[in-house]
Write a protein that binds this ligand. Structure first.
Ligand code: SF4
Length: 406
């Protein structure tokens, strides 16, 4: 098999599925799609008992089918894949071997992108083991480039950086700048995210005016301002508006409840959050008071002592999602998505912390994993978050700053 240049965060080298020990197996509570080639292989299985089970449990997709989403696995009464054994092992892999796994099952939790001639491999934080490995490391996330002969079939996105006069031509400058900013511990994470927003707004201007040649000088200008602390006066004046933040976040949580099924772990977390804030009381003054209390007693210590967890989450997100290069979204819309997800993480950490009294690093990672599983894989919901912010017809950067700061 041909060796291929592969870029990956260092935690990926340690990753191994925990299988039977996994507390949130990916074989449960999810649509498990089967690609066309795997489906055809299932049609040719010679063992008659197994063939009958495959025929009964693998259904062709009838609407919007594609080669990747060609068929779907039926889930059993417990919401698990019909082939998940009592020992929480994959029955298809155990009987037919790894080559019979669908590309989805063979790839998860890995996310594969291709940038020119390099394969980029990262992991979704929706997998508990990858979340622990990636997020609990106190050092800034580092990346390696290696030669590898893995033959990944499920490619999420492709970027070509060679076409001039496009944003893609500035891919590496932008990515290196964004990750360096996010890992610049001379600034607290809140300020790093606000500076990122200011940058994304300017970048958006250059892109929409097709002034791609201005991107390099914009990055240089920001590097100098960051080094000279020139943003300090602006960062000091950012607004306090907890009530707006609380309203926006409550609404974002409600929107999720109406967008697809909630898995059991998310439901349990949500119940704790509802209890923590006292949301069932319907008393806005009381709820706002709880939110402010939670920011001070729960989230401020998280930012002080566990900021690296959130930083790692954001850096992984930037790498995994090709942040600012996601097709179908403007640069600023991608920033809205990132800030919304982070703010929802904050909201759930606070709610859970108010209920439990404190948040350990492991609980913080667990909240992020549950949310990543429930929100990040739901493209309809992610789009809805942007629509929700844009429909408010207010300055979106100001709204994002309110969400970050409050
Ligand atoms: S979620 Fe991660 S650790 Fe759990 S079964 Fe899936 S790949 Fe393995």
């Amino acid at each position: 098999m041909m060796q291929q240049k592969t870029m990956l965060p260092q935690y990926m080298r340690q990753f191994a599925c925990t299988g039977t020990a996994c507390e949130d197996t990916c074989c449960r509570s999810w649509a498990i799609f089967i690609d066309k080639s795997t489906y055809k292989n299932y049609q040719k299985v010679s063992d008659s008992t197994l063939k009958k089970r495959l025929d009964q449990n693998v259904e062709r997709v009838k609407v919007n089918a594609s080669d990747q989403n060609y068929a779907i696995m039926k889930l059993n009464d417990q919401g698990a894949c019909s082939f998940l054994t009592e020992e929480k092992m994959c029955g298809i892999q155990a009987t037919l071997g790894e080559s019979y796994l669908s590309t989805t099952c063979a790839t998860y939790p890995r996310n594969i992108n291709i940038v020119d001639d390099t394969i980029e491999v990262s992991a979704s934080m929706s997998c508990p083991e990858s979340a622990r490995l990636a997020l609990l490391n106190k050092d800034p996330m580092e990346f390696d480039v290696i030669e590898s002969n893995n033959n990944y079939k499920a490619i999420s996105s492709l970027v070509r950086t060679t076409a001039s006069n496009t944003i893609e031509a500035h891919f590496w400058e932008i990515r290196i700048f964004v990750i360096s900013l996010l890992q610049n511990r001379n600034y607290n994470l809140t300020d790093r995210m606000i500076i990122l927003g200011l940058f994304c707004e300017k970048l958006e201007e250059s892109i929409s005016n097709e002034k791609f040649e201005l991107i390099s000088s914009l990055i240089e200008e920001y590097k100098v301002k960051i080094a000279n602390n020139s943003f300090a006066p602006l960062l000091g004046q950012m607004p306090q508006a907890h009530h707006i933040s609380m309203q926006l976040l409550s609404r974002m949580v409600e929107l999720r409840s109406g967008k697809g099924q909630l898995n059991a772990r998310y439901k349990a977390l949500l119940d704790e959050v509802i209890q923590g804030f006292g949301l069932e009381k319907n008393d806005s003054e009381y709820i706002l008071g709880r939110y402010k209390e939670g920011l001070e007693l729960i989230f401020a210590p998280v930012l002080r002592e566990q900021e690296y967890i959130l930083e790692n989450y954001i850096v992984n997100y930037v790498f995994e999602k090709l942040f600012l290069f996601k097709k179908g979204y403007s640069a600023f819309q991608q920033y809205i998505q990132l800030v919304s997800l982070l703010s929802l993480i904050k909201f759930h950490i606070i709610g859970r912390g108010l209920e439990d009294g404190e948040i350990s690093p492991e609980t913080c990672v667990s909240v992020i994993q549950i949310l990543s599983r429930s929100l990040e894989h739901n493209e309809g919901y992610l789009k809805q978050l942007i629509g929700f912010v844009e429909d408010l017809k207010l300055n979106p950067l100001a709204l994002m700053v309110i969400l970050i700061k409050n």
